[in-house]
Ligand binder design. Sequence first.
Ligand code: NAP
Length: 493
Amino acid sequence: MDMGGNKASTRIAILGAGMSGLGMVAKLKEAGYQAITLFEKSGGVGGTWRDNTYPGCGCDVPSHLYSYSFDLNPDWDYKWSLQPQILKYFEDFADKHDLRRHCRFNTEITDCRWSDIDNVWTLTDQAGGQHTADVLVSGLGQLNIPYTPDFPGKETFKGAAFHSARWDHSVDLKGKTVAVIGNGPSAVQFVPEIQKVAGKLLNFQRSPAWCRPRGQRTYTDADKRSFRRQPWRINWYRWRIRAYADFGFGAFLMNSPMGLSNAMRKMCQDHLEDQVKDAGLRAKLQPDFDPGCKRILISDDYYPALCQPNVEVLRQGITEVTEDGVIGEDGQAHPCDVIIWATGFNATDFLTPMEVHGRNGLSLNEAWRDGAEAFKGVAVSGFPNFFLLYGPNTNLGHNSIILMVEHQINYVIQCIDRIAGAKVAAIDVTPQAMEAYNVRVQSEIAKTVWAANCESWYKTDAGKITNNWYGRTTDYKKETAAPDWADFEVIDR
Ligand code: NAP
């Protein structure tokens, strides 16, 4: 809804040139906005697909669904794309939509403050530079700050050590003893690759995870030609993947319909039994929580890699790092040359360490002290003209996050249209609307398997599920189709 206002002059600041930020800028441009600045702390576009370069890095969402609906790619090489092609997709997207001229690279925003007097955001970057914007949109997402646990003795280790999301390609793993801490989606992708070169690989697993087959396939030139020449094919193909994944969401409900949860458990259990013939190893890899409670791993080569003679699976965490290795929870020393932290991200911290201050100086960290929450995942009461993409309670365990982000972009642009309208200075979701929404989210999410018997990055230490959406992507699409202005306070100019 354009209220006949100031699209050309509305200054919009976007943080992060990853999937969300780039999509937001492209759609804002299409909607007629011009004064858009995208701040990116690194030197290029691509976000997580620029940061994560570990061997075997790829996406566990099918390629045709892990792309914008408004920029489908007929040229994917694989059903499950690898990182270089995904990064290229986003780089090409930035070029095609002429997004780079909006980007300020190597500019990390560290502080954002709302002025109640001027109704503007002031952003401060790491060099002390200041930038003013009418609207602030965070495209930082949930998985951008790598987490490395602070084990005693970490700094004394004499070998190389790095996090999977900051892979040190200068370290030659050939013949080395490598300790991999963790067994999440990142580890399962790189372990099969480094197993081939390492002398010995120790995989520490505090809690073995459920894993389902991947079934990689290559798209032939004929497939690509038909996707290109007959766009209905690519749209139909994509629609089917989305619908199938949304149907499968039932497996993530405690009260799962049509035996979907049992079917998922059986698929994963069969995969383990088919691929791991050694009973001792199989027992070590047997998960002890409900499937889906943590993200389900998707791999055809992880279990086979763990069966190789140069691999040892340790069903335990570590307690300490020493000069020449790690100490397992059983007290045993495990010497190694390299430690790879596959320990995930500070997912429940959302925007920290950045400081965000809204009305009356209210701090976002303070507002979120009991766990992050937002209205429909995109707006936070007390923080006018501020929107989040891939914010609290919008992550999925069963479908593509790009779908969710596109729905958010659509919703946020309608909000920005209102802000750009005549006489409007700002909009702020009311505390009542936000509270009612989050009570509903938490009561619905209690019915999902994420609330079951495991720890995961979907929840805070206190057990509040701050990261995941509780339903299908189509439910979220309905939820975010259009703002209801009764949910917002409108601040006049
Ligand atoms: P993750 O799922 O959070 O896994 C972290 C691993 O580190 C877990 O095995 C965890 O063990 C272990 N760990 C954490 N702290 C530890 C500690 N103090 N001591 C010992 N072990 C510890 O991280 P991730 O594998 O990087 O994946 C994170 C998310 O990134 C995924 O869920 C996914 O959304 C995304 N991702 C996506 C793709 C993709 O293909 N789309 C690929 C990679 C990553 P516990 O389980 O026992 O806590």
